[in-house]
Design a protein around this ligand. Structure first.
Ligand SMILES: NC(=O)C1=CN([C@@H]2O[C@H](COP(=O)(O)OP(=O)(O)OC[C@H]3O[C@@H](n4cnc5c(N)ncnc54)[C@H](OP(=O)(O)O)[C@@H]3O)[C@@H](O)[C@H]2O)C=CC1
Ligand SMILES: O=C1OC[C@@H](O)[C@H](O)[C@H]1O
Length: 363
């Protein structure tokens, strides 16, 4: 049977959009997929020349004429050829861009962090529901086959026994000269929003999803943020302790854009029988190590045949093909929860973005 082909419109032409379109174009057979496929049909930038240059650089010659360049995001939302809009703008614009796309009747996959605050996330959830459209935050790592094995080892096989502690770090040195948006509060910069998503990812997979926790919030959240010397309006690092009373797990998470995570250990989950370690890279992991206290060790390898963004794209294609409005593996309620956690971290540290960035319509 011919695969269901999802037609994508890409909004913004920065670093992640380049990676994403590469994975859309990659042959699904290379990752063993035959039921869905992807076709980029439109690219929008703030200038049409930039959109065309992106298409010329990224799309193979035989497909290029099928991709329409737009010089404004709004034009792309109106394109009837587009099934789903991929929002790849800086974090401060995710809310507006997703809202505009939904209001134009488009399904949306929005880059992480979903929004800047939980109210915006809830509003998008509300609008998608009202409009009967698909919406998801693009936390791509969640769709890695590795993550499925990680949660199975932890929660089903209970390979390390009863879990007690989680250490989760996601830190990447961002040069302010080459990555200025990450130091700019007006674009929603800072370590928490950009890197904290991955710091929290492993905590959520372990604790929020723990069978004893039943998707409850942590009982205690204690967070420290250091402001950047480049711009005091963003955090250069966030450290957070969360305590989850029902499963009795404490998590220590760190995210920094001043230093890199050392390669040996990004995530460490410790239980009564041993530990599970995810060595680098916390957003794009390829290996799980299990080290048991009795001396036994196991290694699980998951080579990625590309960047790895295609797994989330495949999930979106299947959902839209099947008429689903949310993805079961990463529902909107969890994106909202993830934003609430980040709101609380910022509240404790009095980190507020400019009013136009925090803005949310009443609903
Ligand atoms: N899933 C993942 O692995 C990753 C996700 N991300 C997320 O994706 C988003 C984009 O990140 P990234 O691609 O690195 O960002 P870039 O700075 O590389 O690109 C962002 C793009 O957004 C558009 N844009 C719109 N308004 C502005 C503005 N005021 N200033 C600058 N750019 C603007 C520009 O495209 P144009 O000129 O065409 O309009 C620009 O190229 C972020 O939210 C980030 O957290 C980032 C990296 C990896
Ligand atoms: O989402 C991300 O994952 C990888 C990081 O290097 C990147 O900056 C971040 O945005």
């Amino acid at each position: 049977m011919a695969p269901f082909t999802l037609k994508w419109g890409i909004v913004a032409t920065g670093g992640i959009a380049e990676q994403f379109i590469k994975d859309l174009i990659a042959d699904p057979a290379l990752r063993g997929v035959s039921d869905v496929a992807h076709l980029p049909v439109a690219v929008a930038s703030r200038s049409v020349e930039k959109a065309q240059a992106f298409i010329d650089a990224q799309v193979p010659a035989d497909l290029r004429s099928k991709v329409t360049p737009y010089g404004s995001y709004e034009e792309l939302y109106k394109d009837p050829a587009v099934d789903v809009v991929y929002v790849a703008s800086p974090s401060a614009f995710h809310y507006k861009n997703s809202l505009d796309a939904l209001r134009a009747g488009k399904n949306v996959l929005c880059e992480k962090p979903f929004t800047v605050n939980a109210k915006q996330a809830k509003h998008l959830q509300h609008v998608a529901k009202e409009s009967n459209l698909f919406l998801m935050e693009a936390v791509w790592t969640r769709f890695f086959p590795l993550v499925k094995t990680f949660t199975k080892l932890l929660h089903e096989d209970k390979v390390i026994g009863r879990v007690h502690r989680v250490f989760s770090d996601f830190s990447v040195w961002f040069d302010p000269k080459t990555r200025p948006t990450y130091y700019d509060p007006n674009t929603g910069g800072g370590a928490l929003l950009d890197l904290g998503v991955y710091m929290n990812l492993w905590t959520l997979l372990t604790c929020y999803h723990h069978p004893d926790n039943k998707l409850s919030p942590p009982d205690v959240i204690k967070a420290v943020q250091f402001r950047s010397a480049v711009n005091r309006g963003v955090d250069e690092s966030t450290s957070v302790i969360t305590s989850w009373e029902k499963p009795q797990i404490v998590c220590i998470g760190t995210a920094s854009m001043m230093i890199d995570t050392p390669p040996e250990c990004v995530v460490r989950v410790q239980g009564t029988k041993g530990q599970i370690i995810i060595p680098i890279h916390g957003s794009r992991p390829e290996k799980i190590l299990v080290r048991l206290d009795d001396g036994a060790t196991r290694e699980y390898n998951f080579p990625i045949p590309g960047q790895g963004l295609f797994w989330e794209a495949d999930a979106v294609a299947r959902d839209i093909r099947d008429g689903k409005k949310e993805e079961a593996l990463y529902p909107l309620s969890e994106s909202v929860f993830a934003m609430e956690l980040m709101d609380e971290i910022r509240r404790q540290n009095e980190l507020v973005f400019p009013a136009n960035v925090e803005y949310c319509e009443d609903f």
